[in-house]
Design a protein around this ligand. Structure first.
Ligand SMILES: Cc1ncc(C[n+]2csc(CCOP(=O)(O)OP(=O)(O)O)c2C)c(N)n1
Ligand SMILES: [Mg+2]
Length: 320
């Protein structure tokens, strides 16, 4: 285990809390009818979303999933602009037209969250080919879910990334379900990382609820890809506590199963690590939590006060 500097631990803990509070707030806003369309929460998956991004270097790129809030916050997106986007405001990341599933900031390396399951694989190959061609030394971190690895695009992209030795790390957040279908019913292998063998690339299965493990493994994988050695496939086993989206009766799992995973909560795990190793005092930990919570209250205030898009802008930036 690599010893991490305090600065990184602080950022990691703060952002994981920020992601949790952000999504709890979005959940609340949805209940109040303020979020249009649907939204997919990643509460419980903050380690894979946030700790992975902490291992990135400036200028690296990411491709996010439909369950992308934690990933976006981990990558450093502004929670004010994210909240404005979700509330459909003119100053949101996509001028309020994308919403939760399409938070993009291409200029700064976020290729976007994606409503198309498996849509990020091909985009990531293209972006990684650009990095290789231009010799930028940058890497693409491509997020995807377990279900997405059954899409043709997963296999096409891993094949291309492998033969072209593209600088990509594929990070599969295996939260044990694709909508209501458990992994055991949608594939006949236990570890998705086994699929790397078909494409002659390193493949690893890790504990996706352990932020420090996620960070350390990602650091190594990104170094490998950055050195021009080709792509890496990482499967992080994790769990979402909320339903798939906002219309999910959750008949496919038991309350006990959810509670079992809550005992392995990634934020709680990190908090215990910070306490046990006396990295921060209880007071410092509480301050980080309070500051994270305040940042989300401020984001909500910012979004609520933000202007609605002008009716005349309804057809701007619309391609299809
Ligand atoms: C190409 C495509 N097929 C189907 C859907 C409908 N859909 C949305 S999310 C989802 C499940 C994805 O499961 P997984 O990849 O495991 O991600 P998770 O939702 O668990 O994060 C499906 C089938 C879609 N959005 N796009
Ligand atoms: Mg899944």
């Amino acid at each position: 285990m690599i010893e991490l500097p305090e600065k990184i631990l602080l950022r990691m803990y703060y952002k994981m809390n920020q992601a949790r509070f952000f999504e709890e707030k979005v959940d609340d806003l949805f209940t109040k009818g303020l979020v249009h369309g649907t939204t997919h929460l990643s509460i419980g998956q903050e380690a894979t979303g946030v700790a992975s991004c902490m291992a990135l270097e400036k200028g690296d790129l990411v491709s996010l999933t439909h369950r992308g809030h934690s990933q976006a916050i981990g990558f450093g997106l502004d929670v004010n602009l994210m909240m404005a986007e979700i509330l459909g405001k003119a100053n949101g990341y996509c001028k309020g037209k994308g919403g939760s599933m399409h938070i993009a900031d291409v200029r700064n390396g976020n290729l976007g969250a994606n409503g198309v399951v498996g849509g990020g694989f091909n985009l990531s190959c293209g972006a990684a080919l650009t990095q290789k061609y231009k010799k930028t030394g940058k890497v693409v971190l491509c997020f995807a879910g377990d279900g997405a690895t059954n899409e043709g695009s997963f296999h096409e992209s891993l094949n291309l990334a492998s033969i072209w030795k593209l600088p990509i790390v594929f990070l599969i957040e295996n939260n044990l379900y694709g909508m209501s279908t458990p992994v055991a019913k949608h594939m006949n292998i236990e570890n998705i990382s086994d699929r790397s063998a078909s494409y002659d690339m390193p493949g690893l299965t890790i504990d996706g609820n352990d932020p420090l493990e996620v960070y350390n493994i990602l650091l190594k994988a990104l170094r490998y890809a950055r050195a021009g050695r080709g792509p890496v496939l990482i499967e992080a086993k994790t769990y979402r506590y909320s339903g798939h989206s906002k219309s999910d009766a959750q008949d496919y799992r038991t309350r006990e199963e959810v509670e079992e995973w809550q005992k392995r909560d990634p934020i709680l795990k990190m908090k215990n690590y910070l306490k046990d190793n006396k990295v921060f005092t209880d007071k410092q930990i509480l301050t980080m939590e309070e500051e994270a919570k305040d940042s989300i209250e401020n984001a909500l205030e910012f979004a609520m006060e933000s202007p609605e898009p002008e009716i005349t802008a309804v057809l701007d930036d619309v391609y299809a």
